[in-house]
Design a protein around this ligand. Structure first.
Ligand code: G1P
Length: 285
């Protein structure tokens, strides 16, 4: 499931009329990176928790017959393949509204009826990952071995713990850590570690029992972290460090960096972008 109901205030004015998930990194909206990451992990059904003003997102994953016909007629095969590549399988995806911005935990809870009684993944699309293996696939590999709940985590500067969900850990082999506690946005002095949750989760459906109580936590919001914390002890719960780069595309500097990094990965763009960036840096020096 993809929580896409947020207002995108960090990216204004770009997001005044465009959903933040439709901002492009090179030539694909950020939401498409998350969907492709999920597909690469074997996910076959997709739920988006949306809000008012997000219809561009729904259209993006739908078919666009007129556009396809016109590209076909003009022999623009690459563009046609790119358009078709963004589609989701018919009958395997859906949208549910979060009517009020009550927090990430509430957004996830809104998808309960569509997800049903089975394990599921949550992907926060602001976070775009770059690397040879889909981050969610790396998590699925851990899940296949250990079951239960799996979070993608990374170390952050100790001074920055108040921006993230933070783990308390037991056994830790340097890659996978047993989660013994979770705290949402603790001040550095209260943080049990500096291992932070990035926006990828594999969760058991029992988390809905706790989300359904609608208890508020940090920032007065219904927090996914608080509901997850209640699962610890009753089910396996692990955090896994991941291989790859992470870009928080809600942050303007990281969004620009993501564009440069993904462009440099593209055979058709790398030389031109490298030359332009070098020239800009040269003028600055
Ligand atoms: C959310 C989660 C937090 C997590 C973060 C990752 O916070 O609540 O636990 O560490 O995403 O980006 P938000 O960024 O929505 O405030």
């Amino acid at each position: 499931m993809f929580p896409v109901a947020g207002l995108g205030t960090r990216s204004l004015p770009a997001t005044k009329t465009i959903p933040k998930e439709m901002l492009c990194v090179v030539d694909k909206p950020v939401i498409q990176y998350a969907v492709e990451e999920a597909k690469a992990a074997g996910i076959e059904e997709f739920v988006f928790v949306t809000s008012r003003g997000k219809s561009a997102l729904e259209d993006h994953f739908d078919r666009q017959f007129e556009l396809e016909e016109s590209l076909r007629a003009r022999g623009k095969d690459d563009a046609l393949a790119a358009v078709r590549g963004a589609e989701l399988p018919p009958g395997r995806y859906g949208f549910v509204r979060q009517a009020e911005p009550l927090g990430l935990g509430h957004a996830v809870w809104c998808a309960q009826a569509m997800i049903g009684d089975e394990p599921f993944a949550v992907l926060l699309p602001d976070e775009v990952f770059r690397g040879p293996v889909s981050v969610l696939k790396q998590m699925v590999d851990v899940y296949d071995r250990l079951g239960g709940n799996v979070l993608a985590v990374r170390e952050v500067e100790p001074a920055l713990t108040a921006r993230y969900g933070i783990l308390a850990v037991g056994g830790d082999d340097g890659r996978v850590a047993e989660v013994t506690g979770l705290v949402e946005k603790p001040k550095p002095k209260d943080a049990p570690s500096n291992l932070s949750i990035v926006g990828r989760y594999i969760l058991q459906p029992e988390v809905f029992d706790h989300l359904g109580r609608h208890e508020t936590g940090a920032g007065g919001e219904i927090q996914l972290t608080d509901a997850m914390a209640r699962l610890i002890g009753g089910q396996p719960f692990h955090g896994t460090r991941f291989e790859g780069d992470r870009f928080d595309c809600g942050d303007k500097a990281e969004f620009v960096a993501a564009n440069v990094a993904f462009a440099l990965d593209r055979a058709d763009l790398a030389d031109g972008v490298r030359a332009s960036v070098s020239a800009i840096l040269g003028h600055r020096d």
